[in-house]
Design a protein. Structure first.
Length: 490
């Protein structure tokens, strides 16, 4: 049995899919005006774990994700600029080029984090006609009104508005009316925005109400229901989507079709930094490229996320990230030792671990507890080395740390003073002793640094480290050995 916390009912519920063979999931995708930051990516990791847990429980998953390439405004209050139009102006590119560039980058990022591709990926701009059709239905049913800047949804017409968040009063308390003065109610939201009169937008379309572009909340209703039907099984996103974006998706679907669009609503908590929010406007975002520049494998970031339950806040720091990387390396080393063991039948004791694992992760995706069990299992004297390796590979179907692919022969490096570590295109940590991969100047500096360390000249050793870093390499000391990492650029 699988249990999920359902934001809609605010309790943990047994998961009962609509169709026993295949579970339909919709996840809100990226707004492609900039690089995804590790906060965004935490949400996609949580959704990936959800898919993996369903698959380990024997379900096929049909996963639909949107690419928001239009309509997401810089403010959730239906005011401000379209993030893509603004981004394109800043980069002196067309909106379409910006969207394509950041979509490709996003797909590269998720590959490096071992996040599985969605079954269907849809661009908002490919469903404009369908979005207009939905707004027409809402208009026919009397849920819309028009003001100077667009067509709005009248939330007072919908009895049950706001229940994902709490109730209508609580939603209204969030007070987001100020910015669009003509709105009738604080919670009313834009379905179609008119292009500004004094400005030619790059993305705009004809509609029965005038030239313009769709509001952000409409695209997800269209893309999910077109591909998954109504209702479908699970709708996911980050916690910030509860009060506005998802509340307004539900409102449109309920008004148009008289049904709740999805049976289960699951939301991932935020990743924050010490100072608070991670956001582009605060200039404190970390991207996959930034991880690679620090010599950190994206899979180490994934490991870091696995240590905190998806409904708990996670505070990001460089220290926890480095710790995640060294712990992951230890796990790979351990797996590499165990992988050498001779194959043998799996005992009841080992099968018991497998069953416990399944029940832990099926309990609202309790990955931190599953990870703790994995480390205990590795210390268990009552199961064989081969069984341990077998279990690691089984568990990794959910963890997604590429344990099997990361196996390497550590003994091969035992006598090396310098070991090279590289992060591959798949996010894997790869090891090499081939010094041809390193410029001669760098090796000379490593030797010089070793000498200064032997002489306890820490100042000189640090200076050399900095010069090495400026030349694109990171150096780390591991007991008697030196680890050299190339800073990867993507
Ligand atoms: P966006 O590209 O802004 O549309 O966001 C993509 C996804 O990332 C959404 O599901 C957001 O809810 C989620 N998200 C945004 N910021 C964070 C954060 N700091 N931590 C976790 N998830 C986030
Ligand atoms: Zn959405």
């Amino acid at each position: 049995m699988i249990y999920f916390y359902n934001t809609l009912t605010k309790k943990e519920e047994e998961f009962k899919p609509i169709n026993n063979d295949e579970v339909g999931i919709y996840t809100c995708g990226p707004t492609v005006y900039w690089f995804a930051h590790v906060g965004n990516l935490r949400t996609y990791i949580f959704e990936d774990i959800l898919k993996r847990v369903l698959m380990l429980n024997g379900y096929k998953v049909k996963h639909v994700m949107n690419i928001t390439d239009v309509g997401h405004l810089t403010s959730d209050s239906d005011s401000g600029e379209d993030k893509l139009e603004k981004g394109a102006r800043a980069e002196k590119k067309t909106v379409w080029e910006v969207a394509q560039f950041y979509t490709n980058r996003f797909l590269k990022d998720i590959k490096m984090l071992n996040i599985g591709d969605p079954t269907i990926l849809v661009k908002a701009t490919d469903t404009i006609k369908e979005q207009i059709d939905l707004i027409k239905i809402l208009e026919e049913k009397g849920y819309t009104y028009i003001i100077s800047d667009g067509v709005y949804f009248d939330t007072s017409k919908l009895e049950k508005y706001g229940r994902l968040w709490g109730d209508k009063e609580k939603t209204e308390l969030r007070g987001r009316i100020e910015e669009v003065k003509e709105k009738k109610h604080p919670t009313d939201f834009a379905l179609w925005k008119f292009s500004p009169k004094d400005e030619k937008r790059q993305m705009e379309w004809e509609s029965p109400w005038g030239i313009g572009f769709p509001g952000w909340h409409t695209e997800c209703v269209v893309m999910s229901l077109e591909n998954l039907g109504i209702p479908f099984d699970i709708h996911c996103g980050g916690i910030d989507h509860v009060s506005i974006h998802h509340t307004n998706e539900i409102a449109q679907a309920e008004a148009a079709y008289g049904k709740m669009m999805s049976n289960y609503w699951m939301h991932g908590e935020f990743l924050n930094v010490k100072e608070g929010k991670m956001s582009k406007s605060l200039g404190n975002i970390i991207t996959v490229s930034n991880l690679l520049e620090k010599g950190i494998s994206p899979l180490a970031y994934r490991y870091l996320c696995l240590n905190t339950h998806y409904r708990q806040k996670l505070t990001f720091s460089d220290e926890s990230l480095s710790f995640a990387q060294t712990t992951l390396e230890k796990l790979y080393e351990k797996a590499s030792e165990l992988a050498k063991e001779t194959e043998m039948p799996i005992s009841e004791k080992a099968k018991d671990y497998e069953n416990r694992f399944l029940s832990i992760i099926s309990n609202d995706l309790d990955v931190p507890v599953a990870l703790a069990m994995m480390w205990d299992m590795l210390k268990d004297k009552n199961i064989s080395g081969y069984e341990k390796y077998y279990l690691l590979v089984q568990f990794d179907k959910v963890f997604g740390l590429k344990i099997k692919e990361a196996v390497f022969d550590k003994d091969e490096f035992a006598s090396d003073r310098i070991i090279i570590q590289k992060i591959t295109e798949e996010g894997l940590i790869a090891w090499s002793r081939d010094m041809n991969d390193v410029p001669a100047g760098i090796i000379d500096m490593v030797e010089k640094r070793n000498l200064s360390r032997e002489n306890k000249d820490w100042q000189e050793s640090d200076n050399i480290r900095n010069v090495i870093s400026e030349q694109g390499w990171i150096i780390e000391d591991r007991n008697e050995q030196v680890l050299l990492k190339k800073k990867v650029q993507i």
